[in-house]
Design a protein around this ligand. Structure first.
Ligand SMILES: [Zn+2]
Length: 319
């Protein structure tokens, strides 16, 4: 392969982030675009990715032949080896051979993986988990994602479906989760879970700062930050509850895996991660076997919004 640049994408339900890396792994160009503009059908989302890549090539002034590879993280169950999206919760894809499609269009190798797996990969290769062999990642966003590095390898389980510990059941009589079950970690500790609690309290006549800004069942991280800075009571309750269940889930994962490090990433951690870390650390020892707790570190992700972009780069380097 002759090219020296890599195009890396983070494909989300609402936006696509793009970055071009040079051979020194420095980001030389960035792009951000809303996914919504792409409409809802598969062809349009594909068109969107193609247009983002084309824009990045045109606007950066980098020639197509100078590009070594394109890689992306996207939501859903993805066969990273063959580049087929098996299912995707927020994007309209089923058994979608996006790899062939993009490679045909640009004549450049294309790689794709699950966004949380790719985010954990980024933190493992370039971020806070660099050099560790066993990594448990919790990604706190709209939902609750998980990603596992075991014995120095990404663990994807049978048919790429592993690490769904956002749906670890912590209270079978708890609040309803999007998956149909009750009391999953996601139902307490994700933006969806915290928003549901805030709306429930609002319905009880309790005033708070966040309820008004909840759209489609989720608040924006920057509004959470504002409400916490103002010490909004209901918001603080939602966060306490989120961190309480995250601490329990962390204890369960620590006891199960005995990882070297647990990494907390995602939009919520990027916005208010220090407070989350403080609360989780204050409680987590209660739920861990002491001997296993002694040998694990708990840390906030280091790359912030760029975890996935760097993870995409790591996928290219691994190929
Ligand atoms: Zn669930």
């Amino acid at each position: 392969m002759s090219g020296k640049y890599n195009i890396c994408l983070d494909i989300g339900g609402t936006k696509i982030l793009g970055a071009i890396f040079d051979e020194k792994k420095d980001i030389v160009y960035r792009l951000k675009k809303k996914t919504k503009e792409a409409g809802d059908d598969t062809a349009n989302v594909e068109k969107m990715i193609i247009s983002v890549v084309q824009d990045m090539i045109d606007e950066s002034g980098i020639k197509k032949k100078e590009i070594k590879a394109i890689a992306a993280g996207a939501p859903g169950v993805i066969d990273q080896g063959s580049g087929i999206i098996l299912t995707s919760p927020n994007l309209p894809w089923t058994d979608y051979d996006i790899k062939s499609s993009i490679e045909k269009k640009f004549d450049i190798p294309f790689y794709i993986g699950n966004d949380v797996n790719v985010g954990v990969l980024g933190e493992w290769k370039y971020g806070v988990a660099k050099g560790y062999k066993n990594v448990v990642g919790f990604f706190v966003g709209t939902g609750m994602g998980g990603g596992l590095i075991l014995d120095g390898k990404m663990f994807t389980g049978n048919k790429y479906k592993a690490a769904e510990y956002g749906h670890m059941i912590l209270d079978p009589e708890g609040p309803l989760c999007g998956c149909g079950q009750r009391g999953c970690l996601e139902a307490f500790s994700s933006k969806k879970g915290m928003s549901a609690y805030i709306l429930q309290q609002t319905a009880r006549g309790r005033k708070n700062m966040l309820a008004e800004s909840i759209e489609n069942g989720v608040f924006k991280s920057k509004n959470l930050k504002k409400a916490l800075a103002a010490k909004d009571t209901v918001t603080l309750e939602a966060v306490d509850r989120a961190c309480h269940y995250l601490a329990i889930a962390t204890g369960n994962m620590i006891n199960t895996i005995s990882p070297d490090i647990v990494v907390y990433g995602g939009g919520v951690m990027e916005a208010v991660g220090d407070l989350f870390m403080e609360k989780i650390l204050a409680e987590v020892d209660r739920y861990c076997m002491p001997s296993i707790r002694k040998t694990v570190e708990l840390k906030k992700a280091a790359l912030g919004d760029d975890s996935n972009i760097y993870g995409a780069l790591a996928m290219i380097e691994d190929m």
